[in-house]
Design a binder for this molecule. Structure first.
Ligand SMILES: *Cc1c(COP(=O)(O)O)cnc(C)c1O
Length: 382
């Protein structure tokens, strides 16, 4: 019996091409991290592995700048970390204020609605920062707001939110904060305890420069309390904190099976965090700032300008205006074909209008900047 034609492809190993990753993620993964993930798989309840998990939690607390006990990587991409925060903190009938100034704020709205919340939207233009005055007005507009949700680093636009102010406003109005720190963690200051943030999620593949597929999260004591006091069970079995913590953070008693942890992926995240701590968080923030400034200067010499105003610009995600008459998709295609460089396209309101150049983690070096500017100069000529 011959197989159907469409399944007749050859069974050969996949060899990825050699790429220079300068898009909105994933970023370049260091050989040390790749090597770490190739180490032997052990059981996810093996005492040696459990020791690694405990170290990983400490490293994540240092990266998030928090003492939160409940700090661990969700087994899934950043989007699953987002979902974990919403399904645990939001119950049907709750009122949630969502700040939307880009694609990811829009996803937060979707999440809140799917959890049965009544959503009050605070809209700002794509590329503008979240306006705290509007947020304050929204927080005052309803009697009991359960959650304020916002994106710290809007990867779709390159704008940074004033997280300290927004988290303070949430607290003043008795609301919990959900903060998207997927693109910010490791690239710009994330100060979970100083801000008084309640539920913060990130991603492995942006400024942490690890493979995609893991989402570090941290929950304040207040947030954990709110999950425990829910009137209804968390709708997601996989993401229910009460269940996941039996594996990641058992309070007395033994660690028990919840789901099989992605063992090798966690080796990689551990190694990426070790590398971040070797460099130092502040040094990493300074490196992102330095190369961002070099990139902006280099792009300026090509006559290119930035979409976001300087005070709110993310160093790790540069939204560059596509000049009049330039075919933005053709430039991206030539960058990939001639130089193996990947940059990102605009999304939503900014589709066709910007390129998104990532300087995240290991993709944030002088070499990347020089290469990108020169390659853009060449590929814009045709
Ligand atoms: C990338 C990103 C996400 C989603 O992460 P995935 O790993 O792609 O699921 C969420 N929020 C922001 C701000 C992001 O940049």
């Amino acid at each position: 019996m011959s197989e159907p034609r469409r399944n007749a492809g050859p069974a050969v190993s996949f060899q990825p091409p050699d790429r220079i990753l300068m898009g909105p993620g994933p970023s370049q993964v260091h050989a040390r991290v790749l090597a770490a993930t190739a180490r032997p798989t052990v059981g996810h309840l093996d005492p040696a592995f459990v020791g690694m998990m405990e170290d990983l939690k400490v490293l994540l607390r240092r990266a998030f700048r928090t003492e939160n006990d409940v700090t661990f990587p969700v087994s899934g991409p950043g989007s699953l970390g987002m979902e974990a925060c919403f399904v645990n903190l939001v119950e049907p009938g709750d009122t949630v204020v969502v700040c939307r100034n880009g694609a990811f704020g829009g996803r937060m709205k979707e999440n809140a609605e799917r959890c049965g919340a009544k959503v009050i939207l605070v809209d700002d233009a794509w590329g503008d920062p979240v306006d705290p005055a509007k947020v304050e007005k929204a927080l005052k507009s309803a009697p009991k707001i359960k959650v304020l949700a916002f994106v710290h680093a809007e990867t779709s636009t390159g704008a940074l939110a004033d997280a300290a102010t927004l988290c303070r406003l949430a607290r003043e109005h008795g609301a919990l904060s959900i903060v998207d720190a997927v693109t910010s963690l490791g690239g710009v200051p994330v100060e979970v305890d100083t801000w008084g943030a309640d539920a913060v999620y990130s991603g492995s593949q942006k400024c942490l420069s690890c493979q995609p597929g893991l989402s570090p999260v941290t929950f304040s004591a207040r947030a954990v309390e709110a999950v425990k006091k829910r009137k209804t069970p968390v709708r997601s079995w996989l993401l229910d904190l009460n269940l996941v913590l039996a594996y990641w953070s058992p309070t007395g008693g033994a660690r028990t099976y919840h789901h099989t942890a992605p063992v090798n992926a966690l080796y990689g995240l551990h190694e990426a965090l070790v590398m971040l701590m070797e460099e130092g968080l502040e040094a990493s923030w300074a490196r992102h700032r330095l190369h961002h400034e070099k990139l902006v200067a280099g792009l300026g010499r090509l006559g290119l300008s930035m979409q976001v105003a300087a005070p709110y610009r993310l160093p790790q995600l540069n939204a560059v205006r596509v000049p009049e008459g330039v075919d933005e998709a053709a430039v991206r295609r030539r960058l990939l074909e001639r130089y193996g460089i990947e940059i990102g396209a605009g999304l939503g309101a900014l589709a066709g209008k910007i390129w998104r150049i990532g300087l995240m983690g290991q993709s944030c070096t002088a070499r990347h900047v020089l290469l990108c500017v020169d390659a853009l100069a060449d590929t814009m000529r045709g």
